[in-house]
Design a protein around this ligand. Structure first.
Ligand code: KMH
Ligand code: ZN
Length: 271
């Protein structure tokens, strides 16, 4: 079994300091948190950024500054979000790709996202995927429901995406696929051979789904974008604390944790 890739999603677009006062928001705070998480075993950072008022932004300048600071402090793989926030336009969401990060997210379908709609029409997904392919950016296909796997495969058929694909199952979003074990088994069974996958369980689903990924040979995403708690009613002190727990439990279960270099090898990153 491959070593375990731990992705940290430290900030997201929706989480606020009201949810957890330890949320990193400035470029400096995000870069410091990335370095601490890398020390504890994270090999990828799923990156959203915030403006000076603490609101989600896809500003190229803010991404650039944050990415520079992250690179100064660690060797962690930077995966820029093209999901942004549900209210953003496609044009805004694409901006971080201009900085050619090693990886970026690609959501291959539309989904109800709480009370909002996270809109990803097929022409839009194709435009995002083409830009990633042209720039050699490895997409992580964000799957909020099972049909999104089929859409990714259609992009492979059209020659827009190349296999092997890497997927992330975001499970437990209100409106998306629920976070129960049987749904993860079905998602994994639906992947083409040779794919890699990780799971991001929302809220209380984070830890049990992560444990399943350890034994099933998948990979794991944790962090305040998805879950701000360490346990029921107990806030996590930091993203690094959530990463550390996963690395410890993986070790207890005999699964080695990947370094960023190992993760690059597993995912076939070429730069
Ligand atoms: N904030 C969500 C609407 C991604 O980063 O690619 C979308 C999201 C997915 O977070
Ligand atoms: Zn995200």
């Amino acid at each position: 079994m491959d070593s375990l890739i731990i992705t940290v999603a430290p900030v997201g677009a929706e989480t606020s300091r009201k949810d957890n006062p330890a949320l990193p928001v400035t470029p400096e705070e995000i870069a410091d948190e990335a370095a601490k998480c890398a020390e504890k075993g994270a090999s990828i950072i799923h990156l959203h950024v915030r403006d000076a008022a603490g609101e989600a932004t896809q500003s190229k300048a803010v991404f650039e500054k944050t990415m520079e600071l992250i690179k100064k402090k660690s060797n962690i793989i930077i995966q820029a979000s093209t999901g942004g926030a549900a209210w953003m336009t496609a044009k805004e969401r694409l901006r971080p790709l201009e900085l050619t990060p090693e990886m970026a997210t690609l959501t291959t379908g539309t989904v109800n996202f709480g009370s909002e709609i996270f809109s990803n029409s097929i022409p839009m997904v194709e435009e995002f995927a083409k830009m990633m392919s042209e720039r050699g950016i490895k997409p992580e296909i964000e799957v909020f429901d099972v049909g999104m796997i089929q859409t990714a495969l259609m992009l492979v058929k059209k020659g827009i995406l190349r296999t092997p694909l890497h997927f992330d199952f975001v499970m437990g979003v209100p409106g998306g696929i629920p976070g129960e074990a049987r749904h993860l088994v079905h998602l994994v069974d639906s992947l083409p051979a040779g794919s890699t996958w990780s799971v991001a369980g929302i809220g209380r689903f984070e830890l049990p789904l992560a444990m399943m990924a350890i034994v099933m040979g998948g990979h794991i995403r944790v962090g305040f974008e998805d879950n701000v708690y360490y346990g029921k009613g107990v806030l996590a002190d930091s993203n690094a604390q959530l990463v550390e727990r996963i690395a410890r439990l993986a070790g207890e279960m005999g699964r080695k944790v990947a370094t960023p270099e190992e993760a690059r090898g597993i995912l076939g990153l070429t730069r």
